[in-house]
Design a protein around this ligand. Sequence first.
Ligand SMILES: [Zn+2]
Length: 257
Amino acid sequence: MGQDSISIYPDWNVSSKIVASTSTRGGGISTSPYDSLNFAEHVGDNDLNVKKNIELYTAQFNSALRWQWLNQIHGVETKEVTQVSKPINADGLLTREAGLVCCVLTADCLPVFFAAQDGSEIAIAHAGWRGLAAGILKNTLDKFSVPVEEVSVWLGPAIGFCHFEVGTEVKELFVSQADSMAEKMEIQQCFSAVKNSQKHMADLAAIAKLKLANLGLHQVSGGSHCTYCNSRDFYSFRRDGTTGRMLNIIYIDPDSS
Ligand SMILES: [Zn+2]
């Protein structure tokens, strides 16, 4: 199992101390519909297969790394961690400790990777539309000690504008959060009406970019992989219902600090 063949890496301008990636679904041992590199135990897969997948995957990395897992609850809380513990009930993690791997599982929701450009702080958030609307990006950014201009973001694989259909109430919720007419117009451009229905296609990555820009964060890359479009590489909850989860990780390399 080669790390290069199974992960997607960010294109961002941050210190080489920072390591980040999203796994793809190949290279594990889970069977259909979880085939094959599923990291989630709560989705109906065999727990032993999930444990084996985690073992196989983590074995490729420096054995000194400590892996911090989450129990994601579609909430808005990001927790700062200084040492590894049992899975934390939250949807985001921030750390300044080298070697502490912050893990988020996704299958359509947007994984948002944050890094201080100097490599001193990192964070990751699990952002579905609920989390975006409720302020998980702000909550995460607020925990950084460096100024916002010194933080970069990479948006990992998530369901794209091409496939993410939502009801009018979702669009209205985001529009109602706009502080100005200009912002209202910008948020409206993140949605496109579906003909002959009350539905809209929503651009999660564009909504995230807009929310980040409003917080003063403009160094954003990524957002180009649609999980629904690419069934070879990605799990997609909207596409498949019962399915696995990809692992999104970020850490400060302990060997380069
Ligand atoms: Zn798509």
